[in-house]
Write a protein that binds this ligand. Structure first.
Ligand code: MTE
Ligand code: LUZ
Ligand code: MOS
Length: 752
C-alpha cells in the first residue's frame, strides 16, 4: 500500500505550494508591512524602490480595482492600508519583481512617514476605552446566578490570563496567482478555505466568482492559521497578477509570517464560582476579555465557542458568561485548534482549582462531582446525548490507577527535596459543528472511471490531519474495493463550490458523509444495472465486497472492474455529486439558545509532571487518557491526532510564550525566541485508550471528530505544574497565568 501521504512525506515527495513548478515567467511578490502599530500615514514614497532593476510594479490601496476589503464576519479589514495603520505587520504595499530577493530589497527602499498614535495591546484597557469589535457583550446564561450566591457555602472570585499561541505550521503562508484567458484567474493557495479565497479575490478584483478558480493542493499544517489568514496573501498575489498579466507568487518568510499573522487569542477573564460545602458547583459567572487584535477576523465566532465551552465538561445549573471582543493594536487574532474553547475551559478549571485549595479538597473531587450526565442542559440550551463524561473519567481513573499515581507522587515528594511531582486530571467536552449553522454543509464529487479506478473531490483540505485517507476509506467501504483504486484529489473550487473551511474538526465528518452519499448514488446505479442485466432471483441481496459483486453473500465472478466497464458500455452515469448538511442543528444568535452541535466529544486525561525546583525547568512525565473516538474509521490517524493535539495543548499551557512590547512589537518572532514542544519535551509515556463506543454517532460511519478536542487535555499539564510548585512552596499563589514557562515556575517556587 504505497499510496499513503505519510510515505510520500517521509520520502520528501509530497508537493507543497513552494515546490510546485510555477510557470516560467512567474514573478515574486513581497509585502511592505507597517513598522508602526498605530498611526496616520502621512506619505509613502515608492520612487527609489521602483528604480531597482527587476522591479515590475509596486501597488498600494489606490491600485485596487474592486473593494479594498477582506473582512469575513465583519467588513472591517482592508487588504492594503489606506490612511491609518492599526498593527505592526499590516500590509501597506505590494512589490512585484523578477525574484523574491529583488522584491524584498525593494521593500526596504520604500520610504514612509507616519504620525504615531496611542497603542493599546491589553484587552481590558481596550474594553475600558470602549474599543470593541462588536459593541455589545455576548451573553450565554441559564438559571439565575444572582439568586444563587446566597445558597452557596463558598464563593470565590479571581482573574486569570491565558496567552496567545503561534501556529507554527511547517509551511508558511503561500500563494500563486496566474492569469487565465478571458480575464480569469487561477489561484493556488495554502488555505484551509479555498472558497473564502475565491470570494475575496473576486471582490477585490471586481470580477465574478466564476472567474476565479482556487486550488489547495495540501498544506504543511494549518491549525486554524489558514482558515481566514491565508486569504490576504492569495488576494495580494492575484492583485499583482491582475496588474501585470503574469503569474505572481508570494511566500512569507518565517519571520514575516510570525510578525504579520494573527495567533490564538489571549484572554483576560474574571470569574466567580459558588459551591456547596461538599463541592457541588451551584453558580458560575465569568467575563471574558478577548484580545481580538486590530480587526474582527473570526474573533466573534471564536468568542461564541469560548462562551459555549465556558462550563467545560461540567453541569452547572446557574451560569452567566459574558464575552467582550476587544480591539487592540495587534495583528488580528484568528482560529487556532480549539477555536476559543480552550480559553473558556481554562478559566473554569482555574476557578475549580482555587476553590479546591481553599476548601482543602483535591480539585479532582470537585471535577468528578460536577461531570455532565445524560440529558443535562448546557447554558446554550442543548441537552447531552450519549454523554460519555463520567464513563471516560471513571475508566481513566480505573485503567490508569489514579490511587497509585497519587500515592507514588506523594512518596516521591516525601523522599525528594529538589524535585517535586504533581498530577492533574482534565475532562473534556467539545461540541462538533461550526457554531454558525450555515457553515455545516459539504459536497463531494465522485467519478468512477471506466477502468474501475475512482477519483474523489471534496471541499476538505488536507493539512496533515489525514482527511484524504479517511475519505478514500469511505469510498473503499461503499464500493468494496481497495484503497489503491481510490484517489483523493486536491481541493478546487471548480469541482466543489460554496465549500466551508476545513475547520471545526468537522472536515472528515461532513466531507466524508458527502462522499458516502455520492458513492451510494453510484452504488445504486451499478446495482440496478447488474440486476437488470443478470436477473438474479427476486429479493436477492446485492453487495460489493473484496473487489467483486456478491449475491446473497456469495461471491460472483463479476469483478468491480467488469461491472463498471459493462455499465459504462450501457451508458450508465458513473459520476455523482453528494451533498451533506448536518441534520438537526440550529442556533438563535439573539437568544443564544439552540442545538448548535451535532454531538459532543468526551475524554479524560491524567498528566504527571516533574519539576526541577532548583532550576524551574520541568518534564511532562506521562499522559494517560481515555478518549471517546466513537467507532473510529482509522485508529492510527486518530491516535496520532490525539497525541499531536495534546502536545500542542501542553505547549500552549506551558512553554509557548508570545511577547509584544508596549509599542505593539512582537519580540518573539523567531524560533530562537519562541519555544515549542519538541521530541525531547514529549513525555516518554503517552497512553491513550479508546473508549468502547458503539453508539450512533453523527460522524461518518459512527466515528467522531478528532482534530481539536484532545488539545484541551493540555490544561492538565498546567495544574499538574501548579500542584508540583505547591509541594515545594505551599505559599506560591495560584493566581498564576498561563503559559507557565520555566521562568514563571522558578519565580513561583521562591515566591514569598
Ligand atoms: N493535524 C495536522 N497534522 N495539521 C493541522 O493543521 N489542524 C487541526 C486538526 N489537526 C491540523 C491537524 C485543526 S485546527 C482542525 S480544525 C482539524 O485538524 C481539521 O481537520 P478535520 O476537520 O478533517 O479533522
Ligand atoms: N470555525 C468557525 C471554527 O468558523 N466556526 C466554528 O465554530 C469553528 N470551530 C472550531 C474551529 N473553527
Ligand atoms: Mo481548526 S481551528 O477549526 O482550523
Amino acid at each position: 500500500m504505497l499510496n499513503y501521504d505519510s510515505i510520500r512525506h517521509v520520502k520528501g515527495e509530497s508537493i507543497f505550494l513552494d515546490d510546485y513548478n510555477a510557470p516560467s515567467g512567474t514573478l515574486h511578490g513581497a509585502v511592505f508591512f507597517s513598522p508602526v502599530a498605530h498611526g496616520k500615514i502621512k506619505n509613502i514614497d515608492i520612487s527609489d524602490a521602483l528604480k531597482i532593476p527587476g522591479v515590475k510594479g509596486i501597488y498600494t490601496c489606490k491600485d485596487i480595482p474592486g473593494v479594498n476589503q477582506i473582512g469575513g464576519i465583519i467588513q472591517d479589514e482592508v487588504l492594503l492600508a489606506e490612511d491609518e495603520v492599526e498593527f505592526i505587520g499590516e500590509p501597506i504595499a505590494l512589490v512585484v519583481a523578477e525574484t523574491q530577493l529583488i522584491a524584498r530589497n525593494a521593500v526596504g527602499k520604500i520610504k514612509f512617514e507616519i504620525t504615531k498614535l496611542d497603542v493599546i495591546t491589553n484587552p481590558k484597557i481596550a474594553f475600558e476605552k470602549g474599543h470593541l469589535i462588536i459593541p455589545k457583550a455576548r451573553i450565554y446564561s441559564c438559571g439565575s446566578t444572582e439568586n444563587t450566591w446566597k445558597n452557596c457555602d463558598y464563593v470565590f472570585e479571581g482573574t486569570v490570563e491565558s496567552g496567545g499561541q503561534e501556529h507554527l505550521y511547517l509551511e508558511t503562508q503561500a500563494s500563486l496567482a496566474m492569469p487565465v484567458e478571458g480575464g480569469c484567474f487561477k489561484i493556488i493557495s495554502s488555505t484551509q478555505n479555498p472558497t473564502g479565497v475565491q470570494r475575496t479575490v473576486s471582490k477585490v478584483l471586481n470580477i465574478a466568482d466564476n472567474k476565479v478558480e482556487c486550488e489547495a493542493m495540501r498544506l504543511g499544517g494549518g491549525f486554524g492559521g489558514k482558515e481566514d489568514q491565508a486569504t490576504a496573501w492569495a488576494v495580494l498575489a492575484a492583485l499583482g497578477s491582475y496588474k501585470l498579466g503574469k503569474p505572481v507568487k508570494i511566500v512569507l518568510s518565517r519571520q514575516e509570517d510570525m510578525k504579520a499573522t494573527g495567533k490564538r487569542h489571549p484572554y483576560i477573564s474574571d470569574y466567580k464560582i459558588g459551591l456547596t460545602k461538599d463541592g457541588k458547583i451551584l453558580s458560575y459567572e465569568v467575563a471574558f476579555y478577548q484580545n481580538a487584535g486590530a480587526a474582527a477576523d473570526l474573533s466573534p465566532a471564536i468568542l461564541d465557542r469560548t462562551l459555549a465551552h465556558a462550563t467545560g465538561s461540567y453541569f452547572i445549573p446557574n451560569v452567566k458568561a459574558a464575552g467582550y471582543c476587544c480591539k487592540t493594536n495587534l495583528p488580528p487574532n484568528t482560529a487556532f485548534r480549539g477555536f476559543g474553547g480552550p480559553q473558556g475551559m481554562f478559566v473554569l478549571e482555574t476557578a475549580i482549582y482555587k476553590a479546591a485549595a481553599a476548601m482543602n479538597m483535591p480539585p479532582y473531587e470537585i471535577q468528578e462531582k460536577n461531570l455532565l450526565k445524560e440529558g443535562e442542559e448546557f447554558p446554550y440550551g442543548q441537552k447531552t446525548e450519549f454523554c460519555k463524561a463520567v464513563n471516560c473519567w471513571r475508566s481513566a481513573k480505573e485503567k490508569f490507577n489514579l490511587d497509585s499515581i497519587r500515592d507514588e507522587t506523594a512518596n516521591f515528594n516525601k523522599s525528594n527535596f529538589l524535585f517535586k511531582k504533581g498530577f492533574a486530571l482534565m475532562p473534556i467536552c467539545f461540541g462538533i459543528s461550526f457554531t454558525n449553522t450555515m457553515l455545516n454543509q459539504a459536497s463531494s464529487l465522485v467519478h468512477v472511471y471506466a477502468d474501475g479506478s475512482v477519483s474523489v473531490s471534496t471541499g476538505a483540505v488536507e493539512m496533515g490531519q489525514g482527511v484524504n485517507m479517511k475519505i478514500r476509506q469511505v469510498a473503499s467501504r461503499i464500493f468494496g474495493i481497495g484503497l489503491d483504486k481510490i484517489k483523493s484529489e486536491t481541493t478546487n473550487t471548480t469541482r466543489n463550490a460554496n465549500t466551508s473551511a476545513t475547520a471545526a474538526s468537522s472536515g472528515a465528518d461532513m466531507n466524508g458523509n458527502a462522499t458516502r452519499l455520492a458513492c451510494l448514488e453510484i452504488f445504486k446505479r451499478l446495482k440496478d444495472f447488474y440486476i437488470k442485466k443478470n436477473n438474479p432471483a427476486a429479493d436477492s441481496e446485492f453487495a460489493l465486497n473484496d473487489g467483486y459483486v456478491w449475491i446473497n453473500k456469495s461471491k460472483t465472478n463479476f469483478s468491480f472492474e467488469k461491472l463498471v466497464i459493462d455499465a459504462y458500455k450501457n451508458r450508465i452515469d458513473l459520476s455523482a455529486h453528494g451533498f451533506y448538511a448536518t441534520p438537526k442543528i440550529f442556533f438563535n444568535p439573539e437568544t443564544n439558545k439552540g442545538n448548535p452541535f451535532a454531538y459532543h466529544v468526551y475524554g479524560t486525561a491524567i498528566i504527571v509532571v516533574n519539576v526541577d525546583c532548583l532550576r524551574g525547568t520541568y518534564k511532562i512525565e506521562s499522559v494517560h487518557a481515555v478518549h471517546d473516538f466513537g467507532d473510529s474509521i482509522n485508529p492510527a490517524i486518530d491516535r496520532s491526532q490525539a497525541e499531536g493535539a495534546l502536545m500542542q495543548g501542553i505547549g500552549w499551557m506551558t512553554m509557548e510564550e508570545i511577547i509584544f512590547n508596549s509599542d505593539g512589537k512582537l519580540l518573539t518572532d523567531t524560533l530562537s525566541t519562541y519555544k515549542v514542544p519538541d521530541m525531547g519535551f514529549t513525555p516518554e509515556k503517552i497512553e491513550i485508550e479508546f473508549l468502547e463506543n458503539k453508539d450512533k454517532n453523527a460522524g461518518v460511519f459512527n466515528s467522531k471528530a478528532i482534530g481539536e478536542p484532545p488539545f484541551m487535555y493540555g490544561i492538565a499539564a498546567f495544574f499538574a505544574l501548579v500542584n508540583a510548585i505547591k509541594e515545594f512552596n505551599p505559599k506560591a499563589g495560584f493566581d498564576i497565568s498561563s503559559p507557565l514557562t520555566p521562568e514563571k515556575v522558578l519565580m513561583n517556587l521562591y515566591a514569598k
